[in-house]
Design a protein around this ligand. Structure first.
Ligand code: PSU
Ligand code: MN
Length: 300
């Protein structure tokens, strides 16, 4: 693994660091805006007082913290591959450029000593999972990786209730940030309740410390941060686009790791950028909150 000098220095000095995933850049956001947005997300981490460590695979090598040239390749290189945990070893041998999902980012972050990670939404159980067995390895990886993932919940393209049940089975705790409703990504409320409410970043840092004392830090933790009310997508537009997107995915026969990027792209096109604006707003907010938690965690 190649750790960027700024990240290595911060880790050595126990200053706050926040990991960021890269599949959201390569496969979750449209080109060429994705490059600018990737920089804005890093900027939000800095504004919150932490060092950003965007994670990706460049020429087969995992990198923790990207320089400008590497970030540009992840955003713009048409050959960039979406890599989950199981793909990391193979892409190493092949020498390719890989964008890391929540699962592989969490794995690499934990191995490099980074405890806190921000993204838009985590993967989960797909609606047709009973037939397809399509459940994101984000869930199983979080069940054995000591990271906190700050996200806006999971997209409504997934089976949200089943995803919450799986997180429970897998011992992955879920805290709502100032809410007792599990957020619905583009919408503040997915319709599912949450038990634990975190009122402050300091509270979350205390939970991380308590996990370490109890020996449960082995399991990941989700901090669910609802999108700002001013950035929320119109509910009718959301519901309409969701129905159309699910129908299009099933009609086109898209499978496996292409399903999530297909649906994200569908949303961005069909809402003429409204879902993109919401997506950018919530990722920036998650990056900022993750930096605040990392700052409180470092100080403790
Ligand atoms: N959800 C989003 N945007 C994304 C993803 C999920 O709202 O970009 C990406 C993340 O990288 C996540 C991955 O880890 O999709 C999950 O893919 P899969 O369902 O194939 O595991
Ligand atoms: Mn899948």
């Amino acid at each position: 693994m190649l750790i960027h000098p700024e990240v290595a220095e911060a880790l050595a000095a126990r200053r706050p660091v926040v990991a960021l995933e890269s599949t959201i850049i390569s496969h979750g956001l449209p080109r060429p805006d994705n490059l600018r947005i990737a920089r804005e997300i890093e900027g939000a981490v800095r504004a919150g007082g932490a060092v950003p460590a965007t994670i990706a695979v460049v020429d087969g090598q995992p990198r923790v913290g990207l320089d400008d040239a590497a970030l540009e390749r992840i955003a713009l290189d048409p050959a960039v591959v979406k890599v989950s945990v199981r793909d990391l070893a193979a892409i190493g041998g092949y020498g390719g450029v890989g964008a890391t999902t929540v699962a592989s980012t969490a794995h690499i972050a934990a191995r490099s000593g980074i405890r806190i990670f921000a993204t838009g939404g985590i993967g989960g159980v797909h609606r047709d999972a009973r037939d397809t067995w399509d459940e994101s390895s984000d869930l199983t990886t979080l069940s054995r990786t000591p990271v906190l993932v700050v996200c806006a919940g999971v997209k409504s393209i997934l089976d949200v209730g089943a995803t919450l049940e799986r997180l429970e089975s897998l011992n992955v705790g879920v805290l709502g940030y100032r809410t007792d409703r599990f957020p619905g990504f583009y919408l503040r409320d997915s319709g599912h309740p949450l038990f634990w409410v975190a009122p402050t970043p300091q509270f979350v840092a205390n939970v991380l410390r308590a996990q370490e004392a109890l020996g449960t830090a082995f399991y990941g933790l989700v901090l669910a941060n609802p999108i700002d009310p001013s950035a929320e997508l119109d509910r009718d537009l959301h519901d309409h686009t969701l129905q159309a997107g699910l129908a299009a995915a099933s009609a086109s026969g898209v499978r496996g790791k292409d399903v999530t990027p297909f649906l994200l792209d569908f949303f961005h096109r069909e809402t003429h950028g409204a879902s993109l604006a919401a997506n950018v707003a919530l990722v920036r907010s998650n990056a900022y909150l993750a930096a605040e938690v990392a700052t409180a965690y470092s100080a403790g």
